[in-house]
Design a protein around this ligand. Structure first.
Ligand SMILES: *Cc1c(COP(=O)(O)O)cnc(C)c1O
Length: 382
């Protein structure tokens, strides 16, 4: 039954978790790898036989996430990549897949390589061109349309509803990497997506101390069963302790995402007309090309991720990054601590990322401190 209360009430209490035996209001961690049978050789609980298949520590966080997203079921994985890979490995040779040219770089690189080996036909489309997706699909042959919105690191916004319409028209499934939006800002299933993917390493956990991934489905169909089998057979399930940490992190998801979005918007406005800044890329700015779609499909904020293109190119961008004292120079995103990175250096030669771009993941520190830290770093440009 879906709750009528607001999500922040529900997730703070992990959907009112209560242990009937002990009265505990926090779930316990169950490390057991195997589950005993009774003297009739029947499993004590039909759900649990061996922990690579299904593990009681997953029940609470999977249930929280499924409800937050409004989906039928969630599955937790050992990483975001493991979750994504399990989707593509549910396809068969000859299937056609469409994905954006700008997306999480690790997944794009893997997908290009995997498609060749597995015999998938892959089309990369320019997500900023409104007709490109429609032109890339093949009726009856396209099995997956993959989108990421807002997408790394330009924060272009893809219209989920339009993509879902295209998916329906050609018989494909729409899969949305919603890592950056989180269910606090966007619930892609409401716009017609079939499956949502998260790198739970990022906002869902939010504390920089768990690597995890998740998928949430609209319907538990045959394709979803294949994904579940992949998780079992490839051993891609999340560990008990990580699952437990994830439910703890998710209890504050609402607060963290709202705060990060508010601060990111302040930073974006502050540096938008700065003399040393070439361009601020943030969907919350009216001049961002994705702003109108973002207003439609992102509620309560535009997320905690933004990029700043610095005047003076790569050298200037690196100087700013090096001079920061509060922002931590590290990759990743979605934690309570703010991170800054020179994205091109991370992705390396061949990356489509402009060399003057710095990527910022806004945490929950004081907005004034973060702005001052960047202002100080800009004075080092001279
Ligand atoms: C980090 C990230 C991934 C990969 O997730 P891991 O948990 O690192 O495996 C996928 N998509 C996006 C948008 C990400 O930021």
């Amino acid at each position: 039954m879906t709750s009528k209360r607001s999500p922040e009430t529900d997730i703070a209490q992990a959907y009112r978790y209560h242990n009937a035996e002990t009265g505990a209001i926090m779930p316990s961690i169950q490390p057991s790898t195997t589950f005993a049978r009774d003297d009739q050789y029947q499993l004590i609980s039909e759900h649990y036989s061996y922990a690579r298949d299904e593990n009681p520590s997953n029940a609470v966080p999977e249930n929280m996430l499924a409800k937050l997203e409004g989906g039928e079921e969630a599955l937790l994985f050992s990483s975001g990549m493991a979750a994504a890979v399990s989707v593509f490995q549910a396809l068969s040779p000859g299937d056609h897949v469409v994905a954006p040219t700008i997306m999480y770089w690790g997944l794009r690189a893997w997908l290009i390589d995997f498609s060749k080996k597995w015999g998938l036909i892959l089309n990369l489309y320019d997500a900023t061109d409104p007709n490109a997706l429609k032109d890339s699909v093949i009726r009856g042959q396209t099995k997956i349309i993959w989108i990421e919105t807002p997408c790394n690191p330009t924060w272009d916004v893809i219209d989920i509803e339009t993509a879902a319409g295209i998916a329906r028209s050609c018989g494909a499934k729409l899969i949305v990497d919603s890592t950056v939006s989180t269910p606090i800002l966007t619930r892609p299933l409401e716009y017609g997506a079939d499956i949502i993917m998260h790198s739970a390493t990022k906002y869902l956990n939010g504390h920089g101390d768990v690597v995890a991934g998740a998928l949430v489905c609209q319907n538990k169909d045959e394709f979803w069963d294949k994904i579940r089998q992949n998780r079992i057979q490839y051993g891609a399930i999340i560990g008990s302790f990580e699952a437990w940490l994830l439910q703890r992190g998710m209890r504050t998801l609402h607060l963290r995402v709202i705060r990060a979005s508010e601060t990111a918007l302040k930073i974006a406005h502050h540096f938008n007309d700065h003399k040393d800044v070439h361009q601020v890329l943030y969907p919350g700015l009216p001049e961002h090309p994705g702003h109108n779609i973002a207003k439609k499909q992102m509620k309560s904020g535009f997320g905690g991720m933004l990029s700043i293109r610095i005047k003076g190119g790569e050298r200037a961008a690196l100087r700013v990054v090096k001079a920061c004292k509060i922002f931590i120079r590290a990759t990743s995103l979605g934690g309570v601590e703010s991170l800054i990175e020179h994205r091109f250096s991370i992705e390396g030669e061949g990356s489509p990322i402009p060399k003057d771009l710095i990527r910022i993941s806004v945490g929950i520190e004081s907005a004034d401190d973060l702005i001052q830290d960047l202002e100080n770093a800009f004075t080092k440009l001279l």
